[in-house]
Design a protein around this ligand. Sequence first.
Ligand SMILES: Cc1cc2nc3c(=O)[nH]c(=O)nc-3n(C[C@H](O)[C@H](O)[C@H](O)COP(=O)(O)OP(=O)(O)OC[C@H]3O[C@@H](n4cnc5c(N)ncnc54)[C@H](O)[C@@H]3O)c2cc1C
Length: 425
Amino acid sequence: MKPSIPLGYYTASATPISPFPRLAADTKADVCIIGGGYTGLSAALHLAQAGARICLVEAKTVGSGASGRNGGQIHTGLRKEQAWLERRLGKVHARALWDLSEDAKDLIRKLVAEHSIACDLKPGVVVAAHNRRAVRALAEDTDHLARNYGYRQGRMLDGETTAQMLGTDVYPAARFDEGGGHLHPLRFVRGLAAAAARAGATLWENTPAQRIERRRGKVVVRCRGARITADRVLLACDAFSAGIAPKLAGYIGTIESFLMATAPLGEALNREILPCDAAVADTRHVLDYYRKSVDGRLLFAGGEAGLRHPKDIVKLVRPRMLRVFPALSGIPIAYAWSGTVGITRSRLPHFGKLSERVFFAHGYSGQGVALAVLGGKLLAEAAMGQRERFDVFARIRTKAFPGGALLRKPLLGAALAISRFADTR
Ligand SMILES: Cc1cc2nc3c(=O)[nH]c(=O)nc-3n(C[C@H](O)[C@H](O)[C@H](O)COP(=O)(O)OP(=O)(O)OC[C@H]3O[C@@H](n4cnc5c(N)ncnc54)[C@H](O)[C@@H]3O)c2cc1C
């Protein structure tokens, strides 16, 4: 596992929280949670609120994985369109997944309000079509959601309106989704950690779990120098799951995604660039996604790497930003960072259990800001014996990536190269 690159702009703009200690002595818990991102912290919060004795171990610091370094975009639905899900899984299952994805967005708003998390939560996501074919697909999907799911918060924008709302004319059309939104990811994850601790969960940082063992009807999580004995263990390590659960290695792929933050744009550019203040993601496979920060910077992400990571993130991302916003050619780049996205072969989340006492939820495939928070809540429900909602995700049949331990990464890298080529057509 390697969440070691600095958190860039987010660290600089989030209020520090008091560090949690390192686990130094054996301890016991009802539930031990491994991983301090949205999934683990949401599970900890919900279980602690239900009165369970919770011990959460985080290898580094809370939010140091994807949860503290992502694009902050809250998307509607899953990575696959509902019509695709209906064809693959049937209408009933697709509907249940849709309902949960809507619950996921509501859960964020509820947690932010209930725990007064100051994370700059704002409404609005624009999905920007990168070509005519994408416009047709987006329009069909928008129509499908309105007709079959009663979802009317998404509406198509023509090229002119898109240009007015985004401050760029590179897209032929877009969908504005009032039901989506964006937030400051590190402030949000730290807010969740503080809420979980207030609810009674015990959090340990700089405490990597090394092994999970079964012992006399309990599960023992071995960390360096200490162990935790628990009734249940929840794995919330997303892209890093294989490190603690080698059985999951084939099911979770990793892609590095690259972000940067400009210097503050100044009044005139701030008015010109992205005046609608929504988050934007385009429809490419290797997509551009961006939004503005509350202090008037453009946070722009683009480019992915499966195998070799670029040494100079700005060199990779800045040309992509200038293609969309040439007016930013004179604006300095103040921060650049990257993060590891956990993906599955189907791009749908992967939930399940390794034994009757060990559950996992990961592989949100770039849509985890909302889904991982819900994933944590569903893990909490499963740990308490209520598996109905957890099973809606666990019922999705997830295939392993091809290639086995040796070829899996190179094949994923090749697939990424093919996607990049497809984006150019
Ligand atoms: C650059 C980037 C941009 C993204 N942008 C978006 C976006 O705009 N919108 C969206 O919806 N999603 C986005 N995502 C995805 C989203 O951030 C993730 O799906 C989500 O944060 C996953 O949360 P998590 O808690 O499951 O995993 P993480 O936040 O990765 O947390 C896992 C934690 O487990 C810890 N860990 C690992 N192994 C161990 C161990 N052995 N012992 C103890 N701890 C361990 C890690 O240190 C880490 O902190 C993005 C991801 C990245 C990387």
